[in-house]
Design a protein around this ligand. Structure first.
Ligand code: AMP
Ligand code: MG
Length: 404
């Protein structure tokens, strides 16, 4: 049986990056940058005031007190027309361009004026006792970004603050990778939609909801195909629908084990190829990879926790790779086991709650680790990774954990 690492490498080798597209900046949140972004000019583009106050010449501030005559008024957005001579100041607002001759700003609250009430005229003179150095309260041209500097790297998932930076640079259009498209189906005669009345022997399809949200959270678009009944015809019909939509991946849950009604494997084999259908892991051993009429296929297990873990371990990395993302995977950290943990020798992904104790993350299992127990997954902050071959991790030992 394949190890998790071998299975993931094998799956990843079948996926290419999506092409890029150019979108308006307003559509770029959470999208993956397709190019490096270089600052086209210095930011800020001109020396400007960090405070509401008066632009002055620092060398004029050695008398105590200093009195200067106010020769100009510079609101934000204005172009100063004066050059300060010795003994002169200009009223200036935060963000306004510092006039020629000035090299510092004295905040209004440090002068005898104390505050500029909205609508007041500039005073004739100001008096203050502080001594200033050149550069005080001035935001120097280029202090934030320099022309020619790479400020955002290709492969970065754009955060809100990145959009602000792109706007600062005047980038109304941005080149990003296209979102991968994933067709999602559940399978099983026992499955009801969320709004259907319960019936004897039936359960609600939860995987569709978990996995669709996980796909979108990983930066891809989802085509929800619903539930395939346990028959060759039903499974084939949904796979064909996915094929006609030219998706990048068909993702299913359930029906890939050794049950008498598990038709998915058979349909894949009849219309493409099955590369493997088991991985040495827990939960989630029945995990299938293959292709259906030329489209890559991943079959997750049916049990809700197994399906989720399979998604995190195999599908999220695939979607990250396709979307060109360098930062799309979940963070893995070292944590200390807060209790003895038993395992069965397979690479195991166990649900745990993390608590910080004196700065060290301590992990406690969230309860029974049965692969159908969704509440214990909901309560978990992390999946502890117990390596293959390990049967017991004593309390106090460190393991890696995937933060959820
Ligand atoms: P299977 O792989 O078809 O044998 O399914 C394994 C287990 O997962 C069974 O207990 C199923 O009822 C359950 N299961 C399968 N699909 C879903 C689903 N979409 N939502 C919740 N449970 C499911
Ligand atoms: Mg089934």
């Amino acid at each position: 049986m394949l190890s998790v690492h071998e299975a993931r490498e094998r799956i990843l080798s079948h996926f290419q990056k999506t092409a890029s597209e150019t979108l308006p900046l307003t559509a770029c949140a959470n999208r993956v940058l397709g190019v490096d972004i270089t600052a086209q000019h210095d930011i800020p583009l001109f020396d400007n005031s960090a405070m509401d106050g008066f632009a002055i010449r620092a060398e004029d501030t050695h008398a105590s007190p200093t009195t200067l005559s106010v020769v100009a008024d510079i609101p934000a957005g204005a172009t100063p027309t004066v050059t300060l001579a010795p003994g002169q100041a200009a009223r200036i607002m935060t963000g306004a361009q510092v006039p020629a001759g000035a090299n510092a700003v004295i905040p209004v609250e440090d002068t005898d004026v104390r505050q500029h009430a909205a609508g007041t005229f500039a005073p004739k003179t100001i008096t203050f006792t502080k001594t200033l150095k050149a550069g005080d309260n001035v935001r120097e041209r280029g202090i934030d970004m320099r022309a020619g500097e790479i400020v955002l790297q290709k492969g970065r998932t754009l955060k809100p603050q990145d959009l602000g930076l792109l706007a600062t640079l005047g980038m109304a259009q941005v080149t990003v990778h296209k979102k991968p498209r994933v067709a999602l189906l559940s399978s099983g005669d026992e499955l009801l939609t969320v709004d259907a009345p319960l019936e004897s022997g039936k359960i609600r399809d939860s995987n569709s909801y978990t996995l669709a949200a996980a796909i979108e959270n990983a930066g891809a678009d989802v085509l929800r195909l619903g539930v395939a009944k346990d028959s060759r015809e039903a499974v084939t019909a949904l796979f064909d629908q996915a094929m006609h939509e030219h998706v990048d991946l068909i993702l299913s849950s359930a029906g890939v084990s050794v049950g008498a009604f598990d038709f998915i494997k058979e349909v894949i084999e009849a219309n493409g190829s099955m590369d493997f259908w088991r991985v040495n892991m827990r939960p989630g051993k029945p995990l299938a990879f293959g292709s259906y009429r030329g489209i890559n296929f991943i079959g997750l297990p049916g049990n809700p926790v197994s399906a989720f873990v399979g998604f995190e371990v195999f599908v999220r990395p695939v979607l990250g790779q396709m979307s060109g993302s360098l930062d799309g995977n979940r963070q893995t950290v070292r944590v200390r086991c807060g209790e003895d943990i038993e395992s069965d020798g397979r690479e195991s992904y166990l649900r745990a709650k993390l608590r910080s104790e004196s700065g060290i993350l301590q992990a406690h299992l969230t309860g029974h680790q049965g692969s159908g127990n969704l509440l214990s997954l909901v309560q978990a902050d992390a999946l502890l990774i117990i390596p293959a071959g390990v049967k017991c991790v004593p309390a106090g030992q460190e393991v890696f954990a995937i933060l959820l």
